[in-house]
Design a binder for this molecule. Structure first.
Ligand SMILES: [Zn+2]
Length: 108
């Protein structure tokens, strides 16, 4: 059961992505072993399809994750800074109030 080259070339995408069923896979593999044209096509397809899947998808996912982590870290940092700022503001006001109050008491 030798498949026509046109069909094999159509099936190469499924074959490469591992989506073809075992019978199709075996037929395509058998054809690729015997047909240099389809083998060349398959190699080109593999080289072309590996770039986006291996060098594009996974790192971009990682990049998105890294970006998210960076943003979360930034937000946490900012929240902490705001907290510290607010805390020191409250402390300073309290100190000022206490100093004022003590001075007024001393005088009075
Ligand atoms: Zn062929």
């Amino acid at each position: 059961m030798n498949l026509p080259c046109e069909i094999v070339m159509d099936l190469v995408a499924l074959y490469q992505d591992g989506l073809a069923n075992p019978v199709t896979k075996n037929s395509v593999a058998a054809h690729l072993r015997t047909c240099p044209d389809c083998r060349r096509y398959y190699k080109q397809y593999r080289r072309f399809s590996q770039k986006p899947s291996n060098m594009g998808q996974i790192p971009s996912e990682n990049a998105a994750e890294q970006e998210f982590c960076r943003l979360a870290e930034k937000m946490r940092h900012r929240r902490m800074l705001i907290g510290i700022g607010f805390f020191s503001y409250v402390c300073a006001s309290w100190c000022l109030l206490v100093m004022l109050w003590m001075r007024m008491r001393k005088r009075g």
